[in-house]
Write a protein of this length. Structure first.
Length: 234
């Protein structure tokens, strides 16, 4: 059986903290300027822009997010919904629910293609969005990890509709990007303790989210490889 070629929670990313150069200065931005600059650069939607300015036109002080977060991390987070959809689309219908005989070597949680989508959505909304909000609002909170196996079982991941999950994830990632884009340097430096990771900052959480995204793209690629290998073993 031929497998279509791919169309296109773990390691933390290390990046420089450089804030030099005129590009990294803090400016006063109007809503028109934000739309003109950020939509072409990061592809951030008008929904995010409206979140930042509260639907109003008066100028605001844009946070020094570029100076305090590595732009490659932000652009990678923004690109992930398209990459996730492309990876999932690479699976023939017969392999959307397929599982290998052994999960040894899988770079993500041992989840089928459709289960990977559901997991990524739940981690986005009930994992990282909640962690970010709690760390911004509370004094050094303790952030629990989510039980992937329990969620997959209780929510019946295997019966989900892929298109619906992808659509929900796109909306969720837009909300996440709005939360991140609105942060000040002081907010990015707020601290928490994350189960399995130890003490960290809000900035750390953003990097760990990006790392989690890449882990699941790797998991989907691994599944595609295993599916094709199963054809040879038949």
């Amino acid at each position: 059986m031929q497998i279509a070629a791919p169309k296109h929670e773990q390691s933390a990313e290390h990046e420089s903290d450089s804030s030099g150069g005129n590009f990294f200065h803090i400016f006063m931005f109007s809503s028109v300027t934000i739309n003109a600059i950020f939509q072409p650069v990061w592809g951030i939607s008008r929904r995010v822009t409206n979140f930042l300015i509260g639907g109003r036109a008066p100028p605001i002080l844009f946070p020094a997010i570029i100076a305090r977060m590595n732009p490659i991390t932000l652009s990678t987070l923004q690109a992930f919904p398209d990459q996730l959809e492309a990876h999932f689309s690479a699976f023939p219908a017969a392999f959307v629910h397929w599982a290998p005989s052994s999960w040894e070597g899988v770079p993500s949680e041992p989840l089928t293609a459709i289960e990977q989508l559901c997991h990524v959505l739940d981690i986005e909304v009930e994992g990282y969005q909640l962690r970010l909000r709690r760390t911004l609002a509370e004094d050094h909170p303790i952030l629990p990890s989510l039980d992937t196996e329990a969620l997959a079982r209780e929510r019946n991941y295997g019966q989900a509709d892929g298109a619906a999950v992808l659509a929900a994830f796109r909306l969720a990632r837009t909300d996440t990007m709005a939360i991140i884009a609105a942060m000040t340097p002081a907010q990015l430096a707020r601290t928490a303790t994350f189960d399995g990771y130890g003490p960290l900052t809000v900035r750390s959480l953003v990097h760990y989210l990006c790392s989690h995204d890449q882990q699941h793209l790797a998991g989907l690629q691994w599944l595609l490889g295993k599916a094709d290998a199963a054809r040879v073993a038949e």
